[in-house]
Ligand binder design. Structure first.
Ligand code: ZN
Length: 275
């Protein structure tokens, strides 16, 4: 497949869900073979598994003393649009803005600006089926001609069991919001996280329904959001993924275990471009 970048600079501003700080991201068009890189205070942070510094409630990247938190929804958008060369400058707070909790703002700003470049990039493809496990959760990848991601959830509150499969249509996942359960809010706050969280950017789920006045955007919005997160975390591999992925109750930590396993199993050379 051809490498891709964006036609012009894109600016997006908002608050970080965990830090509560305001930040601005500026996405810069980039040359072939640049890869996807974050840039903050003079430091480049290439998107690759080695630069992951946190997976608790968000995926965080770092290099040296610089950290960029909550990269997953932006990475999901770049992955869906197959934007392979872009520098993402983060100004102000150290977190990618949460916007409305979904990837919608990133997607709508970027979708009409994608341009193909001359050089090719090899997608990341598994050559065999394998699983990673963590407690009751597992993720399985298998070879396939298309990119397909399934999430099977066993959720609390009124949501219960829910599953969703992404088969390539961006609109199926880009609107699905970040969610949490009302009974977990105190725990999240006690860990010093969720400082910017509100009903403006988080679907809050209770025993009998959601707290958000506008209700759900999709009946299976939590499962779709989990698919979005997984699409984002898979882009830590630094190139579009081609294959089938099924996650049973996975989260960022298991997603990262999977990414490391794929990275380990991949032929040497595939990664030489990135970082
Ligand atoms: Zn998310």
């Amino acid at each position: 497949m051809r490498q891709r970048t964006i036609k012009e600079k894109v600016r997006i501003e908002g608050i970080g869900i965990h830090t509560g700080e305001r930040s601005r991201v500026v996405l810069h068009p980039s040359e072939e073979n640049t890869g996807v890189l974050f840039y903050r205070n003079g430091t480049y942070i290439p998107v690759n598994p080695e630069n992951v510094v946190g997976t608790f409630l968000s995926t965080d990247l770092g290099s040296g003393s610089e950290v960029v938190k909550t990269v997953e929804h932006l990475l999901a958008t770049l992955h869906i649009l197959k934007i392979t060369n872009v520098v993402v400058e983060v100004i102000g707070g150290c977190e990618v803005p949460i916007m409305d909790g979904s990837a919608y703002a990133f997607y709508t700003k970027l979708k009409d600006l994608v341009v193909e470049q001359e050089e090719e990039i090899e997608p990341v493809e598994p050559s065999e089926t394998f699983r990673v496990n963590f407690g009751e959760a597992w993720i399985e990848v298998s070879p396939s001609e298309s990119f397909e991601v399934t999430y099977e959830g066993v959720f609390k509150g009124f949501v219960g069991n829910q599953s969703f499969t992404f088969r390539g249509n961006p609109e199926d996942v880009v609107l699905a919001r970040t969610f949490c359960f009302d009974e977990d809010i105190e725990l999240i706050k006690n860990k010093g996280l969720g400082k910017g969280g509100s009903l403006e950017n988080t679907l809050v789920i209770g025993r009998n329904g959601v707290y958000n006045r506008e209700g759900l955007r999709y009946e299976d919005e939590p499962a779709r959001h989990k698919v979005l997160d997984l699409i984002g975390d898979l882009y830590l591999l630094g190139a579009p993924f081609k294959g089938r992925v099924v996650s049973h109750r996975g989260g960022h930590t298991l997603n990262y275990m999977l990414v490391r396993e794929i990275y380990k199993r991949s032929k040497s050379g595939l990664w030489s471009l990135r970082g």
